[in-house]
Design a protein around this ligand. Structure first.
Ligand SMILES: [Zn+2]
Length: 195
């Protein structure tokens, strides 16, 4: 249970996996038995358990649906041991350091002679993407160079977050990854890759 410490902040005690303090300003991930886990440990296995936002049956509001919250302590520990190998397998499969899958796009015109904003939504399969990164857009038998103009993580208005909102990180959905350059074509199903 969270108690206020002498500084007036909530102290959630140490993470059972790494011993670091769990900070109450973040979104706190709770396992199936109520065990609280720190954001660093969550981010280590996130790639194996992608975060999803969706609507539950009969509900209108978009909610966070986190498969990690269904894990037991033992399953979480096993996932932490397996995560490095899992990530290596993904790197080998794609031959890249980071992969983002585009699910949808929206074009926003910017007026005469200025390339439109190409706003993609999708999910980062693994690795990291930052604003300004040089990447490649990959489609069957074709690839083009591109530069990331902007990133925002999907967080559906959450109060804290367990990942940095302006970075694309493996296992997290993005509200947008934006590009803006002449003659660039991006469509649903394309992969944005790095490294
Ligand atoms: Zn931890």
């Amino acid at each position: 249970m969270a108690k206020k410490n002498e500084k007036g902040r909530y102290d959630n005690g140490p993470c059972p996996f790494c011993g670091r303090a769990i900070i109450s300003l973040d979104h706190i991930t709770k396992l199936s038995d109520g065990t609280e886990v720190c954001r660093d440990c969550v981010s280590k296995i996130r790639v194996m358990y992608p975060l999803v936002y969706g609507k539950k049956k009969g509900k209108k509001k978009t909610e966070r649906m986190d498969p990690i919250e269904k894990l037991s302590k033992e399953e979480f520990r096993a996932a932490m041991e397996k995560a490095p190998e899992y990530l290596e397998d993904l790197r080998a499969k794609y031959g890249r350091n980071a992969v983002y899958a585009v699910e949808d796009i929206k074009m926003i015109p910017r007026g005469w002679f200025r390339p439109p904003y190409i706003c993609t939504t999708g999910r980062v399969i693994f690795g990291y993407f930052d604003i300004g990164d040089e990447v490649e857009v990959v489609r069957r038998g074709f690839s083009a160079k591109a530069k990331i103009h902007d990133i925002e993580r999907e967080n559906a208005g959450e109060k804290g977050s367990d990942a940095w909102i302006r970075r694309g990180e493996g296992g997290y959905p993005l509200k947008w990854m934006v590009f803006s350059q002449k003659d660039l074509l991006i469509g649903p199903g394309d992969l944005i890759v790095k490294g």
